[in-house]
Design a protein around this ligand. Structure first.
Ligand code: DPP
Ligand code: ZN
Length: 876
């Protein structure tokens, strides 16, 4: 397949000024007329043809300045429209007419139908499925859009910008015109038409302008959009307060659709959302759903400045908008919720998604330099690691200088398409610091490993910290240069106080940040009165692995005394991992696992510590996941042993802490009406964690079943159902509860997705048959991405023992699903396939089965570019 490289970037030969689009909507025969005004770029070759992008287009007419173009003046190559002999200096207008069948568009890219609603998805390269165009982010144009549709089926007709006219059109039709004054790239174009309900509100911006806010949902679902509206207003306010960014149109719209490949899309003035990230009420949404909705509403809104006003020059720069915008939504959520708890959930997510990606065959730099299919680069590396890199800039520069750099970025690049180099330069200019070495974070893939050893010299009262960094080899990058790694740290004295830092030699330390810049470096701190414990990488200031063997006593010292709550959680986590790896070793030798009582005591102390907020205690009690454990083990993994090790530890903790958990289960319950705020959610999380441990301790489904019957909100209900389904899969209580849940939420597919996901994650080899039989259920719909992800995706990504079962049947199943889904929706198929990214870390027999499944896919003759790219990289 074709490879696109950053080095080949070249500006277009022509400049797009404006584009006028008319859509005559019809499920099978939509006529699109695109009139674009171009002029030749000064300096471009005078004989250069105009080359526009297209994908599966049926062109029915082509005009130059209103006159039909002779057949020998243009060529359709399959992927391009090439027009010759265009004027050298004067502007000219190209009119392209295409015919689309949105009802048959199962890829969900371009113009398609979702539950009878016309909608679009153009990022990254969907616009070229609508008309021939410069479908690249550096071609900014001013858009006017006219929509003509049936009044009856499409009372609502929306596009970007402001509505400039609406009227009847005869024959039961009407039209609407929209004008967006802000030049934008084609990927931010959007159109929606259908019969939708709306929730309305207003927001007054910091300069006193009133903005109309509208959220469109299916009729009857309006009440479930209230939380999203609230989150939107808080996001708008926060971006003014924290980044000084004001909204720039008179109207901001969000539309929720049920068939969507991504989470949501930041089209200018008209965000389109997967309804999963809009609709919520206590009866149907969990606390995690509320938090996700808040984060994604914010994320898409924040794109208005970081993505839309300042966009990417090319798709290699995707992290310019995504990494930065994730950082902004993380900061927003941290301000709305508990910062420490938010950071813990971010790091858990980073480690379970991005770290495995960075350690496997799909590893790539935050700013890649080549791709075959850009859709395969909407990854946790570009998003989450990209966010961490932005966070490190803030850590290195300090809050104030970082803000100055952001202001300069907004000022310097507003209205333009920019690069990562442009972004970094803003921070170099305000700080007068060379960020050259730091920029390797954008270019070198792989999670750095920092090995630590310390020494205390009591006579000299000196404490030295020796650090060594290794960036592991990744595909296409065998050797790495040393990185600039900013490590927040503290030295905790035996009395629990923090040592005052006096002097340091051996490297750069600014306030509480130690800057590791060499391959190996020793920092020596003077005037340290007693042997301290080093608390390193506080707040997870750098996205790295740390190899530092601390004693149980030292880790406990951090777990109890660190003033950084994140570091306390990290210490408990570091205590848990050797317990788990030790148990795996024992189990694989045929021995029963044993656990260190000191660890269990430290964990239970945190659980019972009423000075700590409940949400934090719940996080402390959540053991490292099976995927964390697999990563820690590294090679030759046996998912069955990993599962049993983890269950054994849960069991041991449950038995030892039974009293504490029974007490928490009582005291954390609330009779007050449901509120989705972080503090209330924290109590529910702690109570539900206690329920899990109690059900382990008692080995009895009764309490879970009672909780299920009494639950007055989806968080408690789905958690109780999870405990039943995962730990008592064959009990009558579980069967009844599953049936009751499904009956109650019949007709609410988003809730039934939870029902699918819970069953798909039941541990052990039986899960596969369960998944297969659920696929036969009338509640399942193989054409809807949310259903596919809930059942097949959850199984493949989150059920390690079930998916990677010993006989390879899980992998074979996934291969068949990927091949089938690929015929309809390549993006969905290739994303599903990435669930196998860690296959090389499995024990040899399972790895062999995984390889066979991948080879089967790879040998198929009719793959999409998307799936072919992933399969090839995975086998390399
Ligand atoms: N809609 C996706 C996001 O916001 C891609 N831009 O991340
Ligand atoms: Zn985004």
């Amino acid at each position: 397949g074709q490879v696109f490289t950053l080095a080949d970037y070249k500006p277009t030969d022509f400049i797009l000024e404006r584009i006028d689009l008319t859509f005559e909507l019809h499920p099978l025969e939509t006529k699109v007329t695109a009139r674009s005004l171009f002029h030749r770029r000064p300096g471009a070759a005078t004989d250069a043809p105009l080359i526009l992008d297209g994908d599966e287009l049926v062109m029915t007419s082509l005009l130059l300045d209103g006159i039909e173009l002779a057949r020998d003046r243009y060529e359709e190559t399959g992927r391009h429209l090439v027009i010759d002999g265009l004027p050298e200096e004067i502007a000219f207008e190209i009119t392209v007419e295409t015919m689309l069948a949105p009802a048959n568009n199962t890829q969900l890219m371009g113009l398609y139908r979702s539950n009878g609603v016309y909608c679009t998805q153009c990022e990254a390269e969907g616009f070229r499925r609508i008309t021939y165009a410069y479908d690249r982010p550096d071609a900014l144009g001013v858009y006017t859009v006219h929509i003509i549709a049936d009044k009856a089926t499409c009372p609502v007709m929306l596009s970007n910008g402001n509505c400039i006219g609406k009227a009847g059109y005869g024959e039961g039709k009407h039209f609407a015109s929209w004008f967006d004054p802000h030049p934008k790239p084609s990927y931010l174009f959007a159109l929606v038409a259908g019969d939708l309900g709306v929730v309305e509100d207003t927001f007054t911006t910091m300069s006193g302008r009133e903005v109309a806010l509208k959220i469109y949902v299916e009729h009857g679902k309006e009440p479930r959009a209230a939380y999203a509206m609230d989150a939107l207003k808080r996001s708008m306010h926060w971006d003014e307060e924290v980044f000084g960014r004001e909204y720039d149109l008179d109207i901001f719209m969000i539309v929720a659709v049920s068939d969507f490949n991504m989470g949501a899309m930041e089209n200018k003035g008209l965000n389109i959302f997967n309804d999963k990230y809009v609709l919520a009420d206590p009866e149907t949404a969990t606390d995690a759903d509320f938090a996700n909705i808040e984060a994604i509403i914010a994320h898409e809104y924040f794109h208005n400045w970081t993505g839309n006003r300042i966009t990417c020059r090319d798709w290699f720069q995707l992290c310019l908008k995504e990494g930065l915008t994730v950082y902004r939504d993380h900061e927003f959520s941290a301000d709305q919720r508990s910062r420490a708890v938010k950071r813990i959930t971010e790091v858990r997510h980073l480690k379970s998604e991005q770290f495995p990606e960075d350690a496997g065959p799909l590893a790539h730099p935050v700013r890649p330099t080549r791709y075959k299919e850009i859709n395969n680069f909407y990854t946790s590396t570009v998003y989450e690691k990209g966010s961490e890199v932005t966070r490190m800039i803030a850590t290195i520069l300090g809050r104030e200088t970082f803000k100055q750099g952001m202001d300069l970025y907004f000022e310097r690049h507003d209205g333009k398409a920019a690069t990562i180099e442009d972004f970094v330069k803003c921070f170099e200019d305000v700080s007068e610091r060379d960020l050259g070495q730091f920029s390797r974070w954008y270019h070198q893939a792989g999670t750095p490993l920092v090995s630590v050893s310390t020494e205390y010299d009591a006579d000299q009262q000196e404490f030295s910290v020796s650090l060594e960094q290794i960036v592991p080899p990744t595909p296409g990058q065998a050797r790495k240069e040393p990185m600039h790694i900013p490590l927040k740290f503290g030295l905790i004295l035996p009395n629990g106080n923090e040592a005052e830092l006096d002097g340091v030699t051996g490297g750069d330390v600014t306030e509480d940040v130690l800057h590791l810049t060499e391959r190996s470096q020793t920092f020596t701190f003077t005037n340290i009165p007693a042997r301290p414990v080093l608390s390193l990488n506080r707040g997870f200031s750098a996205p790295i692995n740390v190899d530092y063997t601390l004693t149980t006593e030292d880790l406990t010292q951090i777990a109890v005394h660190d003033r950084d709550l994140f570091a306390r959680w990290q210490a408990l986590n570091s205590l848990a991992l050797p317990e788990l790896t030790g148990a795996v070793k024992a189990l694989r030798k045929g021995d029963a696992p044993t656990f260190n009582p000191a660890f269990i005591a430290a964990l239970l102390a945190a659980a019972a510590d009423e000075d700590l907020e409940p949400a934090f205690r719940a996080q402390a009690l959540a053991l490292p996941s099976e995927s964390d454990l697999a990563r820690e083990i590294g090679a030759n993994n046996d998912p069955d042993a990993n599962l049993v090790a983890r269950l054994s530890l849960l069991n041991a903790i449950g038995l030892t802490g039974r009293k504490i958990f029974a007490n928490l289960f009582e005291t954390m319950s609330s009779s007050a009406p449901f509120k989705p705020d972080a503090a209330s959610a924290g109590k529910r999380a702690l109570r539900n964690t206690a329920l899990t441990y109690l059900s382990f301790a008692d080995n009895d489904p009764t309490l879970a079943r009672e909780t299920f019957d009494k639950a007055d909100n989806m968080t408690d209900l789905s958690h109780a159902l999870t405990v039943l389904a995962h730990h008592y899969p064959d009990s009558a209580e579980t069967a009844e509860a599953l049936e009751a849940f499904a009956k109650r939420f019949e007709g609410n597919p988003l809730v039934l997705d939870k029902w699918f996901a819970i069953q798909a994650t039941t541990p052990g080899p039986d899960a596969l048959d369960r998944v297969k039989s659920l696929m036969e259920s009338p509640r399942f719909n193989a054409g809807n991405p949310n259903r596919v992800r809930a059942l097949i995706g959850t199984f493949a990504f989150s059920n390690l023992s079930g998916f990677a079962r010993a006989d390879g049947a899980g992998f074979a199943f996934l291969a068949d699903q990927v091949l089938d889904i690929d015929t309809r929706n390549p993006q969905l198929a290739s994303r599903l396939l990435t669930s196998m990214r860690s296959w090389r870390m499995l024990e040899p027999q399972r790895a062999e089965y995984a390889k066979r499944a991948l080879a089967k896919i790879d040998s198929s003759a009719s793959l999409s570019v998307d799936v072919r790219d992933i399969a090839e990289r995975m086998l390399q």
